[in-house]
Design a protein around this ligand. Sequence first.
Ligand code: PLP
Length: 431
Amino acid sequence: MTSAEISVRSSELYDRACRCLATGVSSSLRRHVTSPPLYIEHADGPYFFDEDGVCRADYTLGWGPLIVGSNHAGINAAVARQLKKGYTYGCQHTAEIELAELIVDSVPGIEQVIFSNTGTEAIQAAIRIARAHTGRDKILKFEGHYHGWLNNVLVSYRPKQDDSTLPQATCGGQPASEFADTLVLPWNDIEAVRQLFAERGPEIAGVLTEPILANSGSCMPKPGYLEELIALCREHNIVSIFDEVITGFRVALGGARELFDLQPDLSVYGKALAGGFTMSAVGGAAEMFEVLRDGRTIHSGTYNGTSLNIVAAIETIRELRKPGTYQRMEEHGQAVSDAILVAASKRDVPATISGVGSVFSVHLGVKTPPRNYREMLNSNMSLYGKFRQAMLQRGVQLLPDARWYVGTQHDDEVLARVIPVIEPSMKDATQ
Ligand SMILES: Cc1ncc(COP(=O)(O)O)c(C=O)c1O
């Protein structure tokens, strides 16, 4: 059966949506995930149920946030309690202190935090703090890294492949003047950073990096790369910023800070922080927030610290702090990865996996894990697309970019459902 044949109701709904909702979807990337886009009727634990009544084990986790699954009893109860107490106050409340304390207690080197709603917003807050802190304007980012959809950072996300690293717009409507202060380099190349800092260090306020390049193939940092990046930043008084919107509370409770035992000046959190609710944060040493305390800059937002999102985040972190959580996610991801590699090998398809158990990417057609955006382009995405389609039809929902997200809800029952369909799906893909 084709996906169109099992998605009759989704097709009808998409046609209806296209008449009134521009593009038919609410975020551009969702347009091309499946054809038609799937309409989800409800989700429960690790499963998504679409409007055609098909149940799928979900490894998209809503593009990352659903780290403790859907319909989580603790989050439901906390949000239900809070619903009766007020949706948002525009004033202070004890839950925001509780969440701040929980984050400070969970993440190494975080002494203080600020709250906002989306990763995009929190990234902008971190950039502003870095600029106010240094009195400089330029920001360095890396090819293939995604830091939200605003013009100053949606730069060289999918750059054209020439030798130049000149900043490139990612889509229409991005005037070059809006990223005139953004510098771009290939990732995982410390010599390139050293050279840039030697030439232009005094102009640069901050460096933004995903600590694991989850948005482009889940590339891992070379040993020592992030450490040297932070050290070079310190040498040149540049603010180092880890964009942990994906890695935060996911690759370890303390995110990449804990996994790599590193403390950049600022870290940005979103997605898994609130288990599917709209919540983001910037954290760092207390001195980094002096620019807000002394009024050199501001951080504002009607919905910053909204009570429903805050209580959801508290419950999510409490769940994640339970013993064994991260090991179980790691083991689950490892078991799935192993099965994919075995299936690929049986079909004589070179394959490799990069990332960690809770977020990893499958690379078909290559044997060596990519180390940056350009290397990631060697993966055979058309073959992966066929594999993903075959998995979808066998009841497993996956993202189109070959990234898999694993959460605490992915238990042995889910594994028993997923492992047996990997080989036949790989067979379908390669026939
Ligand atoms: C690493 C990273 N940073 C920032 C963002 C932007 O977050 P949001 O979509 O919540 O604005 C994303 C979103 O995917 C992301 O992956």
